[in-house]
Design a protein around this ligand. Sequence first.
Ligand code: GCO
Length: 254
Amino acid sequence: MSDLFSLKDRVVLVTGASRGLGFAMAKAMGEAGGTVVLNGRDAGTLETSAGKLKADGIKAEIAPFDVSDFAAAAKAVADIAKKHGRLDVAVLNAGIQHRRPLLEWENADFQRVIDTNLTACFVLAREAARVMIPRGEGRIIMTGSIMGIVARPTVHAYAAAKAGLGGMSKTLAVELAPKGITVNVICPGFFDTEMNTALTQNPEFNAFVKSRCPLGRWARPEEIGGAAVFLASRAGSYVNGHMLVVDGGLVDNL
Ligand code: GCO
């Protein structure tokens, strides 16, 4: 692969990386030469996931913490920077879902989703910027969603958080660009991940995705990897404050 997409000598943190889209992005960025630090809540699961990457010759490490434990998240970023002397790329991807008809929502459920999917990204972006600014370069990438752009019922807090990332990433992008840091959001469409098992196994929803998406199928997790490598590498150096939709054309298809 040409140098344009190389992440050689780059240190990359990916939150929510033990499975799903986070794992797929970590794998792609590791294959591009980066040292990937996998975050997740469970150390054992993370070890297994990091082991799969190492077996492929990828430099992988783990950083177990819960992103909604803001103090732990801040410490983890500082620890990575101390160990490696740098943090080049922060992929803020960890997210949870909660699907209920509106009248069944508890306030605490709304807050929990916002804490994990939005506030944690703010905290981690700030802490990543703290260690990136002195070196004059860095890339912050957040996992948004087409649910921050279009809607479906029941996922109120998730949609609010993902739309929130869209706005917040732009203020960060304009504030941090003079310091050499870009901030972008990848907005996945419907991916066949564990988080979406309830949807992939629902015949009606499955049929909806296949008919609405012009590509006629769910996305495979590895199909998110290229977007992350692009935004993290030299290839993406002038892309800032952007929302990169990876949905097979679904939202454009009326
Ligand atoms: C949902 C799904 C989401 C979608 C996502 C598309 O219930 O809407 O669980 O995770 O897959 O919003 O990016």
